[in-house]
Design a protein around this ligand. Structure first.
Ligand code: V4E
Length: 196
């Protein structure tokens, strides 16, 4: 499955419209640590390697150019064996060995409180992040063969139906964290064409 998601900063009226009639799936709190080496080798390729509450996960870009970027399209790899395969790393060694050998260190640690909803086949996440940032995500799980542009349009249509109209790209929490706390890394990603 491919996760297609679009982020929005909502007014309280928009948040109300979006969650009205939605099924509330629950609230959870999780802490993410994002890893990279000193050259930002991963994030400069839009690869996001994180540990979420003790479990490693990889978010791999679906080769969407920054000009065309109207939504986030990432493939998620959560299986440790597959993560090691992706990094062409010895399967008999641990992920900790991988971090050590490749020089991957945490560059961002943040805790998110997430309220999850479901409405008309879309997932809605309302994220409140500990460093003072709140962002909403509307997501749709697409099948490998689905046209991702069409899926993005579906998300935009759904948002419009709730009076959420935005043409701007909303920064994800990782990008916002870097902008605030690690301008050097943030600038490197702008120069690499990963962030705007
Ligand atoms: C993909 C990404 C980053 C990692 C965090 O991604 P995000 O979607 O915010 O995480 P989260 O917690 O919602 O993941 P989920 O629980 O849905 O799996 S940090 C920056 N990016 C990429 C990115 C980009 N290239 N451009 C912009 C404007 N924002 C983010």
């Amino acid at each position: 499955m491919i996760e297609v998601e679009k982020k929005f900063i909502l007014t309280s009226d928009q948040e109300k419209a979006l969650t009205e009639g939605a099924e509330f799936l629950g609230e959870k709190k999780f802490t993410d640590s994002y890893y990279d080496d000193a050259e930002y080798s991963l994030t400069k390729q839009d690869i996001w390697f994180r540990n979420r509450d003790g479990k490693f996960e990889l978010k791999l870009p679906m080769n969407v150019s920054i000009e065309e970027r109207v939504s986030d399209q990432y493939k998620e790899v959560e299986d440790e064996k597959e993560i090691k395969e992706y990094f062409k790393f010895d399967a008999s060694k641990s992920i900790m060995n991988l971090l050590e050998e490749r020089g991957y260190k945490p560059f961002c640690v943040m805790t998110t409180t997430r309220r999850k909803y479901q409405k008309e086949g879309f997932g809605i996440d309302l994220d409140i992040i500990d460093f003072g940032y709140t962002v909403a995500e509307i997501e749709y799980m697409a099948k490998e063969k689905e046209d991702l542009r069409e899926v993005t349009n579906k998300i935009i249509e759904f948002a419009k139906e709730h009076n959420i109209i935005t043409n701007s790209v909303v920064r994800g929490k990782g990008a916002e964290y870097l902008r605030r706390y690690n301008p050097k890394h943030f600038q490197a990603l702008i120069e690499a064409g990963v962030l705007k």
